[in-house]
Design a protein around this ligand. Structure first.
Ligand code: AGP
Length: 602
C-alpha cells in the first residue's frame, strides 16, 4: 500500500505535492519522491525514509525554473525491492516518469522482454516496467495516448498509475486498477489534482471522481479526458481526519474492512495456477528441513500456533511453537536441520528479534514473516516473506494477523509440494480454498450489525471464555486477546476440550462463553463441550454456520467448503465484536491504555 499524488496548476507544484504526500504518509513511508516538469525543465527528488527527508532534499531545488510545472509524487510501502533511494518512486525511463500503487504480477516476464529490447533497468521494483513499456510503445507509434493505453493493457495485477513524459510536458496520464485513486478539479480555476485517497484533496477541491477499476485518461490544465464513460463526479468530504480513516470511526475498523483487499495483495504472484510460488525462498533447501520452530509474541504467536497445525497436517513437518520471551531464556535445543521462522508485524519486537539472533548464531536457517520491509528482523533473517498488509495503525493487530495466517497457509502448501507430502488433488483443493479468502474476508453488514447489538449485552461481562478446537483454538486465543486489549474486559482462550480439566469450575451465569463452532472441524466434539458449559448456566454466544438451539446468542456465519475459510470468516466476527464492545465502552480503540504498536523493549 503506497500513496500517490499528482498536480497540474499554477501553484508551486513542489509544495502541493509535498503537502499531499504528508496527508498520505499513513499509507507508507519507507521512501518517497517527486518529479516536477515544465516545457524547459524536469526535477526529480527521491529519498529513503519519511516525507520529512524529502522536504529537506527539495530545499536544494531551484524553484525559479519550475514555474507552471506539473508533477507527480509517491510515498512507498515496499512490496518488491528493498526500501532504498533507487527503489523509491518516481521511476524514470529515457523521457518519462511514473508513480504506481499496487503490484504488477507479471513484471518479471515484461522486464526480461524489455531488457532483450535494450531497456536498462536500475531498480529492483515491479513498477519500473511501466515506464519502459510506455517508451517501447511510444518509440513504435509516436503517440503518447496510444502508447500509454498499450502499456497498461499488458500489465497484470493491481496498479494505480500516474505517468508524465517530456514529449508532452503539460499532460499527466492516469489509470486505476485494484489500488484506489481519485482525480479532482481544483478550487483554483483549471487546476487538476490526483491522490490515492481524498484526504489530501480536502480544502483544495470540491468535485472529485473516485475512479473505478479499468478507468484511465489524460489530464492537462483545465481539462480531464477520460478514456471511458464509467465515472461519476462526487463531492469531497469536509474533514481530513475523517478522510484518512476513509470514513471509518477508527483505523482498526478501517483495517478490518481492508482485509479483503490486502489478502488479495498478499496472494498476488504467489498462487500460480495450481502451484504456490515463493520467489523469496528460491535459495532455501526445503528438503534439508527436518523441523520448524515458529517463534513470535502476542497476536503473531497466535498465527504461529495456527500454522503448527497446518505444517504438520499438510507438509508433514514437525513443528515447535515458541513464545519469544520464553524461548530466549530456556536454553533451547537448536539443530541446524531446523528452520527457524520468526513472525512479526513490526519486525522490531525485542523478544522476537533476540530469539532470531539466537537462532542465527546457532547456525539455523532463518525466515521472517513480516509486514515492514527494512525492519531489524527483515535485515537480519536469511529469508523474508512480506505479508503486504500495508501500514497497520491500530495497536490491536487485525490485517497483519490475517495476512500472516494466509502466508503461513501458503507456506505449508509450498513445503508440502516440494517434499512431495501432498497429492495433486489435495493441493488443488487447498488452492481453490485459498482463492476464496479475499471474498470470505468481505465484512457483511448483517454480521457487523449483529455484533453491534450483542456488544450492548456483553459490555459488562465479568469474564469471557473463547473456546475452539484445532486451528480454532489459536483463533479463540486471538479473539480473547482482541477483546482484552481494546475493551479491558477479562477474557481467556481455551481448547474447548480443556473445559472439564478445571476451567468449567468458573461456569455460572456471570460467565460469557464465545464458542467457535465451525462445521468443517470437530463440530460435534465442540458442541458437546459447549453443552457442558450451557448446562452450568454460562451464557453462550455461538459462532457457527449451523443453528445451535442451546445458544443464548447466535451469530450465523456462512457455510464454507474448507475449515480455513471458516477460520477467516469467524476471525472477522471476533474482530468486529471486540471493536463494537470497545466503542460502546468509550475506549480509544486505536490506542488502548498501557499498549504500544511495537514492543521494542523487554
Ligand atoms: C496484537 O493485537 C498486539 N498488538 C500485540 O500482541 C502484538 O501482536 C505483539 O506485540 C507482537 O508484535 P509484532 O507482531 O510486531 O512482533
Amino acid at each position: 500500500m503506497c500513496g500517490i499524488v499528482g498536480y497540474i496548476g499554477s501553484k508551486d507544484c513542489v509544495d502541493v505535492l509535498l503537502d499531499g504526500l504528508k496527508e498520505l504518509e499513513y499509507r507508507g513511508y519507507d521512501s518517497a519522491g517527486i518529479a516536477v516538469m515544465n516545457a524547459e525543465h524536469i526535477s526529480v527528488c527521491k529519498v529513503l525514509g519519511k516525507i520529512s527527508n524529502l522536504e529537506k532534499k527539495v530545499q536544494t531545488l531551484d524553484r525559479s525554473i519550475l514555474k507552471n510545472a506539473i508533477g507527480i509524487g509517491h510515498t512507498r510501502w515496499a512490496t518488491h525491492g528493498k526500501p532504498s533511494e533507487l527503489n523509491a518512486h518516481p521511476h524514470l525511463g529515457e523521457f518519462s516518469y511514473v508513480v504506481h500503487n499496487g503490484i504488477i504480477e507479471n513484471y518479471k516476464e515484461l522486464k526480461i522482454d524489455l531488457e532483450e529490447k535494450g531497456h536498462k533497468f536500475i531498480s529492483q521494483t515491479d513498477t519500473e516496467v511501466i515506464v519502459h513499456l510506455f517508451e517501447e510503445y511510444y518509440n513504435l507509434c509516436n503517440n503518447t495516448k496510444e502508447a500509454f493505453k498499450k502499456a497498461i493493457s499488458h500489465l497484470e495485477g493491481a496498479f494505480s498509475v500516474l505517468l508524465m513524459s517530456k514529449v508532452e510536458p503539460e499532460n499527466i496520464y492516469f489509470f486505476k486498477k485494484g489500488s484506489p485513486m481519485v482525480v479532482a478539479k481544483g478550487k483554483v480555476k483549471n487546476e487538476v489534482l490526483f491522490a490515492s485517497t481524498d484526504a489530501p484533496l480536502i480544502g483544495l477541491a470540491e468535485d472529485v471522481v473516485y475512479l473505478e477499476d479499468g478507468v484511465g485518461g489524460v489530464a492537462r490544465l483545465g481539462n480531464i479526458e477520460f478514456f471511458s464513460k464509467d465515472y461519476t463526479w462526487s463531492k469531497l468530504p469536509t474533514s481530513k481526519a475523517y478522510a484518512q480513516k476513509d470514513g471509518y470511526r477508527f483505523f482498526m475498523e478501517k483495517e478490518i474492512y481492508e482485509q479483503s483487499d490486502v489478502a488479495g495483495d498478499c496472494t498476488l504472484g504467489r498462487i500460480h495456477g495450481e502451484k504456490i510460488i515463493f520467489d523469496e525462498l528460491a535459495k532455501l533447501d526445503v528438503d534439508s528441513i527436518k523441523e520448524i520452530k515458529l517463534c513470535a509474541c502476542g497476536t503473531s504467536y497466535h498465527s504461529a500456533l495456527m500454522a503448527s497445525y497446518l505444517f504438520e497436517r499438510l507438509a508433514k513437518i514437525g513443528v515447535k511453537v515458541e513464545i519469544a520471551s520464553e524461548f530466549r531464556y530456556k536454553n533451547p535445543l537448536l539443530l541446524k536441520s531446523t528452520l527457524f521462522i520468526a513472525i512479526s508485524q513490526s519486525g522490531e519486537t525485542a523478544d522476537t528479534l533476540e530469539a532470531l539472533k539466537m537462532a542465527k548464531k546457532a547456525g539455523l536457517k532463518t525466515l521472517v514473516i513480516c509486514n515492514v520491509d527494512n525492519s531489524s528482523m527483515t535485515r537480519l533473517a536469511d529469508f523474508c516473506i512480506l505479508t503486504r498488509a500495508g501500514i497497520e495503525k491500530g495497536v490491536a493487530s487485525t490485517k497483519a494477523f490475517c495476512t500472516q495466517s494466509l502466508v503461513l497457509w501458503m507456506l505449508s502448501l509450498y513445503f508440502a509440494e516440494i517434499k512431495k507430502n501432498i497429492s495433486k488433488e489435495k493441493l488443488q483443493d487447498e488452492i481453490s480454498a485459498l482463492r476464496e479468502v479475499p471474498k470470505t474476508l468481505l465484512v457483511k453488514t448483517k454480521i457487523h450489525e449483529k455484533c453491534r447489538r450483542l456488544a450492548k449485552r456483553y459490555l459488562h461481562g465479568h469474564g469471557f471464555f473463547f473456546i475452539g478446537r484445532d486451528v480454532f483454538y489459536p483463533l479463540a486465543l486471538e479473539g480473547a486477546l482482541k477483546l482484552k486489549e481494546i475493551s479491558y474486559l477479562h477474557a481467556e482462550g481455551y481448547p474447548s476440550g480443556e473445559m472439564k480439566h478445571g476451567p468449567i469450575a468458573l461456569a455460572d451465569k456471570e460467565l460469557f462463553t464465545i464458542a467457535l463452532m465451525p462445521k468443517n472441524m470437530l463440530y460435534t466434539k465442540t458442541k458437546s463441550n459447549v453443552e457442558e458449559l450451557s448446562a452450568r448456566d454460562s451464557t453462550i454466544c455461538a459462532i457457527s454456520p449451523l443453528e445451535f438451539d442451546l445458544a443464548d446468542d447466535f451469530i450465523k456465519t456462512d457455510e464454507k467448503s474448507h475449515y480455513m475459510l471458516e477460520f477467516f470468516d469467524i476471525l472477522i466476527v471476533l474482530q468486529i465484536f471486540s471493536l463494537e464492545v470497545s466503542i460502546r465502552l468509550g475506549n480509544d480503540v486505536d490506542m488502548p491504555r498501557n499498549l504500544a504498536k511495537s514492543v521494542t523493549v523487554e
